[in-house]
Write a protein that binds this ligand. Sequence first.
Ligand code: FAD
Length: 453
Amino acid sequence: MSLFNLFSTHLSADEMVRDNDKIAALLLDRRERYTSCADIVLSPISTQSVQKIMRICWANKIPVVPIGGNTGLCGGATIHGGVLLSLEKLNQINPVNTADRCITVGSGCLLYQVQQAAKDAGLFFPLSLASEGSCQIGGNIAANAGGINVLRYGTMRDLVLGLEVVLPNGEMISSLQPLHKNTAGLDLKHLFIGSEGTLGVITAATLKLFLLPQQVETLWADCQTIDDCINLLNLLKKNSLGSLKSFELISHAALMVSANDLRTTPPTNAAWHILCEWEKTPHTDRLPETLLQHGFEHIFIAQNDTQRQNLWRLRENISAAQKRRGVSIKHDIALSISKLADFVLQCEKNIQAAFANAEIVLFGHLGDGSLHYNIFLPDYPDKTAYQFENQINSIVYQAVLQQGGTIAAEHGVGILKKHWLKNMRNASELALMQAIKQHLDPDNIMNPNKVYP
Ligand SMILES: Cc1cc2nc3c(=O)[nH]c(=O)nc-3n(C[C@H](O)[C@H](O)[C@H](O)COP(=O)(O)OP(=O)(O)OC[C@H]3O[C@@H](n4cnc5c(N)ncnc54)[C@H](O)[C@@H]3O)c2cc1C
């Protein structure tokens, strides 16, 4: 029996995706590095349909790859035969539970829709990424997404109260409860957060909400050295009493790429730039003065929403501008704040010793130690740059590992970094990960060939 017939007897016509443009968009990853090939694309409309699909795949050993908004940057949703499972139709948003400050949503909801639903109820869902218009809650959970507000609110892991997941054998487990505490046994939701679709299909989630910040202040600062940026971070952390929510680093090269792409003049010419935000409280009124007293003279505070948006546009356009410029060898890394400056200085030396013309486009969420460390080779602006990928990765990742950092800060491992996982985790940790995978998915049907080396 063909796969089409096998599934169509159990699913409605709407759940069998046949639109070729839609299929083509799902089969090419965001960075256009991986082209997939699926035997069939399914788009279930309910958790029960996901269960039916998983039971059929379990019985017939058919590989299944869940896909959300397809904004992942590590090839985590690529497929080579089997079922590509689009979760976009699981997009129900339940009414906000104001008493418990939470919301329960289907995993196919777009991140910005959840932010908006919270806002409409006078509350705040703090996960925020440049891809928020197209990434889905299920993808955010599967990748344990980070973004610009981690400093104050944590990663997606910190924002999930409960999950509904369909296991590879079709069983469903659910903890969709508005409980902010629960110590009854193992907290199984954490197994699936960050599992990149390898252990089960996330179908719904209960998410924490917060009070909507009344007023936010946005500051742009110029720094001459990376140490100055870190001093600024520490000063703001100390004096904002926990209300600092974003602290973004932008190297001058990154600013130029974005500003040129937007055809605007960059606000300044310094070596490093910081874009940061805090929630205004009586404690923060004196922050600008404190910064001046500590020698941070080149600062600018947005005076209205247009100025604020223009500053954020420069930051959020960096990735897209880089893509339009050509191919870069990208790294999504994190270091402890105390090791960050040493890493930046050492890695730059190592890269420039091997590639004299290399342009290092560095930016990221410095407040939580994560950096996007991207190398552009002007002599190889197209896919020919990938011939140097292994060499560049070795230089960058060795410098990261020497300083005790991670090579997968917020984008996950996917296919792109699975061979590096053994450098990040010891043999006992890897064995335990494999044992959990083997127990839940003995035939390796759930997103095969990803994450585990
Ligand atoms: C411009 C841009 C900026 C970005 N900025 C950030 C950033 O600041 N911080 C950050 O963390 N990331 C960032 N990302 C990366 C990406 O947006 C996130 O990783 C996002 O969480 C992926 O969500 P998605 O719905 O697109 O998932 P997909 O790309 O569709 O899938 C990602 C992984 O999750 C699995 N998956 C998807 N849905 C499910 C599900 N329902 N159940 C089980 N597994 C599932 C897939 O199999 C795959 O392994 C950015 C990406 C872009 C393009």
